[in-house]
Design a protein around this ligand. Sequence first.
Ligand SMILES: CC(C)(COP(=O)(O)OP(=O)(O)OC[C@H]1O[C@@H](n2cnc3c(N)ncnc32)[C@H](O)[C@@H]1OP(=O)(O)O)[C@@H](O)C(=O)NCCC(=O)NCCS
Length: 223
Amino acid sequence: MTRYVVRPMQFDDIDAVGEVERECFTTPWPASAYRRELRDNRTGRYIVLVEVTDEGRPAPSGRRQEVSGEPAGGVRRAVGQFLRPFSRSTPVPTMVANERIVGFAGMWLMLDEAHVTTIGVKRDLRGQGLGEVLFATLLDLAMHLGARRATLEVRVSNYPAQALYRKYGFHEEGIRRRYYSDNNEDALIMWSDWLGSPEFQERYRQLRAQLEERLGDLVEIRL
Ligand SMILES: CC(C)(COP(=O)(O)OP(=O)(O)OC[C@H]1O[C@@H](n2cnc3c(N)ncnc32)[C@H](O)[C@@H]1OP(=O)(O)O)[C@@H](O)C(=O)NCCC(=O)NCCS
């Protein structure tokens, strides 16, 4: 059985995140950038999507194997109290679980603005709602950390990502000419509506409910 866990990114994840990055972007961030983000950037919040496959044979210890990594402490642990998990399904105690990182996302929280810096899902797992899980989780985190709006840049040609953002009410507010150095492509600057507005909250609530219905027990949020 395969299921997915969203949890904070840790140092040990960086190599695996890099592999997914290279599938996602023509100019991926180097490992050093992630190390700097996790170590030095107090405004940064990064999460990973872990695929967990139960192989159906007993674990050597006879105990359940947890998804690696403890949730980060401090504010993230506090935030975990607010985040409603998609599911809290308990793995079968005697299964061996294989894990691999299949997605990631991150943002900077600057005063009351959340700047989404990155998001990506392994190519063969796209189109199943997993990117949306990451994006919705980032927004949830942003709201609980006090963000009032969220913004991001996206390539003008990146229609799938733009559709994801528009689904959550993001709209274009400007353009950064020749923003991407690899091909001099322009970036759309997109902004959310006010995250606390009744309209955004209602849209978010409905989308989140649809996502839970779609993915149900498959996804667990552990922040
Ligand atoms: C953007 C990305 C993370 C989306 O992940 P995903 O798991 O494929 O997306 P989901 O299956 O969760 O789709 C969620 C929504 O995104 C939009 N979307 C996703 N793929 C789409 C596609 N190929 N065409 C149109 N819309 C698409 C839809 O609105 C979709 O909602 P729907 O299922 O109700 O139609 C993924 O395409 C990716 O990793 N791309 C490469 C990295 C990248 O471009 N990151 C963004 C940088 S700004």
